[in-house]
Design a protein around this ligand. Structure first.
Ligand SMILES: Nc1ncnc2c1ncn2[C@@H]1O[C@H](COP(=O)(O)OP(=O)(O)OP(=O)(O)O)[C@@H](O)[C@H]1O
Ligand SMILES: [Mg+2]
Length: 237
């Protein structure tokens, strides 16, 4: 079972959008996928609630079917997070996930915008880390902090938290700064930068507001194309 976490301490960089589309894209490509919403805000949980699984069976009762071969472990979410009652037992989560070996092919975890206990749990549970970075002026600064945190994680949790790659998101071909940031990322990161680029596309926002992935909501959109490329890169290397 492969496991990939979307992590970045910076907020609003496309972690949740990428987690949903990597998970659903891999399910569409034939993999059995569990999307784990580790953000007490529960954005991923809400963003797939308009999707329907035709075959609504689950290997475990806590796995909520989202689409064919795709399940979600919903966030403890809403009320609990607001009242400060959202709790996390990382060891139990690791045991529960370990028991899924052979029943799912891929675990995709979405993290909150900070390396708190939930963010660390994602890195501790998953072997590979994708760091989405918004193509904007301050992106390099936040990124070096994040990569330092990952080095600490990799030393604390052997076999986990290996950087799979940095993913440029919300790239706008009409904005010169986007191209500058891309050049900067290429120069600084080399092979640690994924080949895929996620361009800005309002279809991704619309899809989320309808509780669907863009593959369902607007399958021929730029956003769907970008995330299809990412899925291919992650599956085939
Ligand atoms: N490629 C894109 N084009 C246009 N809008 C996007 C794109 N990716 C994400 N968005 C939008 O940007 C906002 C932030 O994205 P998202 O929620 O995925 O980021 P996040 O890193 O998970 O945020 P948070 O840190 O709050 O959890 C959302 O409204 C989302 O729909
Ligand atoms: Mg999010």
């Amino acid at each position: 079972m492969r496991s990939i976490v979307l992590a970045n301490q910076k907020g609003g960089v496309g972690k949740t959008t990428t987690a949903i589309h990597l998970a659903h894209g891999c399910a569409l490509a034939g993999r059995r996928v569990l999307l784990m919403d580790l953000d007490p805000q529960g954005n991923a949980t809400v963003a797939v609630q308009g999707m329907q699984a035709e075959d609504a069976t689950s290997p475990r009762e806590w796995m909520v079917p989202v689409a064919e071969r795709l399940w979600i472990l919903p966030s403890t979410g809403g009320e609990a997070a607001r009242s400060g009652e959202a709790t996390l037992d990382t060891d139990r989560l690791a045991t529960v996930v370990g028991e899924l070996e052979g029943e799912i092919d891929l675990l995709v975890a979405d993290c909150p915008p900070r390396m708190d206990e939930w963010g660390w749990a994602g890195v501790q549970l998953c072997e590979e880390v994708i760091v989405p970075v918004q193509a904007e002026f301050f992106s390099m600064h936040g990124l070096s902090q994040m990569l330092e945190s990952l080095e600490v994680a990799a030393s604390q949790f052997p076999g986990k938290g290996r950087l799979r790659g940095v993913l440029p998101t919300m790239v706008d071909s009409d904005e010169p700064i986007s191209q500058e940031v891309l050049d900067d990322l290429r120069a600084n990161l080399g092979d640690s930068l994924l080949r895929s680029i996620i361009f800005r596309d309002s279809c991704l926002v619309e899809a989320a507001s309808h509780g669907k992935s863009v593959f369902v909501h607007s399958p021929w959109s730029k956003g769907a194309l970008c995330y299809t490329e990412l899925v291919q890169e992650i599956i085939h290397g």
